[in-house]
Write a protein that binds this ligand. Structure first.
Ligand SMILES: C[S@@+](CC[C@H](N)C(=O)[O-])C[C@H]1O[C@@H](n2cnc3c(N)ncnc32)[C@H](O)[C@@H]1O
Length: 241
């Protein structure tokens, strides 16, 4: 296991049960839909993972591009969503060849922690090129420097209590303690940003951004940011939605 992309391409145990995985992706889809401005919108889900509820997102927009670096995951996405003509599956490299200014909403949820700061800058540049002038980037599930693994454990147990999988969650936490995830988390670590640092990083990448009141998904100890091209605001041509 070299890196987080290999990890996500493996038969990992990040979801403690099928129910956990299903309700996770339902919650993410619901929150992404909340950011879709129009049924014509072109939506990009950057590093989407298994995206099990992608059809619900596709129903709420004009086209959904699912971009995923892990080849095995991508293969399953292609097979799962082949019948849905609104959904396209792409590698991250393929995004570089898409038309510029073609995307209304780009979502990067629970991805930045697995990237080096330079990789995240590259991702911002790729997304920035794809976004329409009034498009939005929603960057979710950003880990803060002062919140340790206990914040994740509490959020998981609360989510489990709400959806009825506490026993599986406890077994899952025990498994995680012995797993590749724990080893990778200790060896490579997860990238963390304070609110000010992420706002500065987005600004340096050409965005104006603010922190959203709620994080995408179930973990309130993590942060979501909403960003737009800074130059449009300066020109006064930004149509806030
Ligand atoms: C926790 S999953 C998030 C999936 C989905 N966005 C969600 O919210 O459930 C992390 C995703 O990041 C991807 N990933 C891991 N390391 C990455 C990297 N260095 N660059 C880009 N994507 C990466 C994985 O392949 C996986 O799809």
């Amino acid at each position: 296991m070299d890196d987080w992309i290999d990890y996500y391409d493996s038969t990992h145990t990040i979801y403690v049960s099928k129910l956990h995985r299903d309700v996770h992706f339902e919650a993410i889809a619901r929150d992404i839909i909340g950011y879709i401005a129009s049924t014509d919108s072109v939506v990009l889900d950057y590093a989407c993972g298994e995206a099990l509820s992608a059809e619900r997102v596709a129903d709420a927009c004009g086209r959904l591009i699912l971009a995923e670096p892990a080849p095995g995951v991508r293969g399953r996405l292609v097979a799962r969503f082949a019948p849905n003509t609104k959904i396209r599956v792409r590698s991250l490299d393929e995004l570089r060849h898409m038309d510029e200014k073609s995307v209304d909403l780009a979502v990067m949820n629970s991805v930045a922690q697995y990237m080096t700061p330079d990789e995240l800058d590259t991702a911002f540049a790729i997304v920035g090129r794809l976004l329409k002038p009034a498009g939005q980037l929603v960057l979710g599930d950003i880990l803060q420097p002062n919140v340790g693994m206990s914040g994740d454990v509490i959020a998981l147990l609360r989510f489990a209590a709400k959806h009825g999988f506490v026993k599986d969650a406890l077994w899952g936490l025990a498994r995680t303690a012995l797993s590749d995830y724990r080893q990778l988390r200790n060896r490579i670590g997860l990238q963390r940003y304070s609110e000010a640092d992420m706002l500065a990083k987005l600004k340096a990448a050409g965005f104006t951004a603010s922190r959203a009141p709620d994080n995408i998904g179930h973990n309130p100890s993590r942060m979501t940011f909403v960003a737009r091209h800074a130059f449009d605001r300066a020109r006064g041509s930004d149509t806030a939605r």
